[in-house]
Design a protein around this ligand. Structure first.
Ligand SMILES: [Zn+2]
Length: 340
């Protein structure tokens, strides 16, 4: 009961294969209890789970501490930070759960990763709310970019969820070969635009502030993270060697968690140091521009996830998807593409 049998890639359906990972697979019909056991007994997903579950607990505890502080809740200038923290907890927790429970069945695999993609785009939107409130450079305030920033961030977050879910079924080579990266990068690129402008072109009002340094660390961590995700390094060089420890998805998770950690510290500093200037320039954040917008994006994302989950849970749809993926795989045999 307390041990699970681990399988090689040729003992599980191709839908469950991970590129260049040879062993350490769980059964594709695992029970909930064996999924829980796999969090302790090493499989090729165990470290994927812990590398996002531990940061999820840290951000959850940090959010509770902030919310428990009544003065923090009553201060509208703190609301964007709470939206950001909630989005961090959501994406880290959804990812951890997706890695733990994706082997229950094929529909469960799709559905858990739909939640993962939706939570990542909500995290991008949580970042946009906080960036809009705390990080905008003075040169860009009251410009058309500033005026449409949040509305466009809402749109890109919803588009990202749709494209990321759709990419699991797509026969488009770009979406398929690069995985979810293009879909995930759209809202990240949009929400980072003003901050990139500030880091590259603006002189900080306070030369002793570490905020810009933390923002740069965050960008550096994100770049490293994207490299691991896209390159499948190091397992691409030695398939089978990094199945349990050290494969690219684990490094992707660790880099992402550190990136979020630096982002949080940069936002804390910006919030404290730029408050007076920003409140005088644009006023206090509103309920509609923080919690209201967050709830709208969350609701639309849940509807998109529900739509894809409903579709993929139909036996006919699932069979159609499998046939199409098999056809694509046969067509691309020899080019090295692996569309998981
Ligand atoms: Zn992951």
């Amino acid at each position: 009961m307390w041990t699970i049998k681990l399988l090689r890639f040729n003992q599980v359906p191709s839908d469950f294969h991970e590129p260049f990972i040879i062993s350490g697979y769980r059964s594709c019909r695992s029970s909930i209890s064996s999924c829980l056991v796999s969090a302790i007994q090493g499989s090729n997903e165990t470290i994927n789970f812990w590398t996002h579950f531990i940061p999820a607990m840290w951000f959850g505890w940090t959010t509770l501490q902030q919310v428990a502080d009544g003065a923090f809740i009553q201060d509208p200038f703190s609301w964007p930070l709470i939206c950001f923290l909630l989005s961090c907890v959501m994406y880290l927790f959804a990812s951890a759960m997706a890695h733990l429970f994706n082997c229950i069945s094929l529909p469960a695999r799709y559905v858990t990763f739909f939640f993962d993609y939706g939570a990542i785009s909500i995290y991008s939107f949580g970042s946009s709310i906080a960036y809009c409130a705390y990080t905008f450079p003075p040169e860009l305030l009251h410009t058309p970019l500033h005026q449409v920033f949040l509305v466009m961030a809402m749109f890109t977050a919803m588009l990202s969820t749709f494209l990321a879910c759709y990419s699991r079924f797509s026969s488009n080579h770009f979406l398929c070969h690069s995985g979810r990266l293009p879909a995930i990068m759209i809202p990240y690129f949009w929400c980072s635009l003003p901050l990139l402008y500030r880091v590259i072109f603006c002189v900080e009002p306070d030369p002793n502030s570490d905020a810009a340094l933390f923002h740069v660390r965050q960008f550096f961590c994100t770049a490293v993270t994207v490299f691991f995700y896209a390159s499948r390094f190091p397992e691409v060089l030695a398939p089978g060697i990094f199945d349990f420890i050290g494969h690219s998805h684990q490094l992707f998770h660790i880099g992402g968690a550190f990136s979020t950690y630096w982002q949080y510290h940069a936002l804390l500093l910006d919030k404290a140091e730029r408050r007076q200037f920003l409140v005088e320039a644009v006023g206090l954040p509103t309920v509609a521009g923080t919690a209201g917008a967050f709830v709208v994006v969350l609701t639309v994302n849940l509807l998109i996830i529900w739509g894809f989950s409903h579709w993929v849970s139909q036996p006919k749809s699932l069979e159609m998807v499998r046939q199409r993926l098999e056809e694509d795989k046969r067509e691309k045999k020899g080019c090295g593409c692996k569309c998981d």
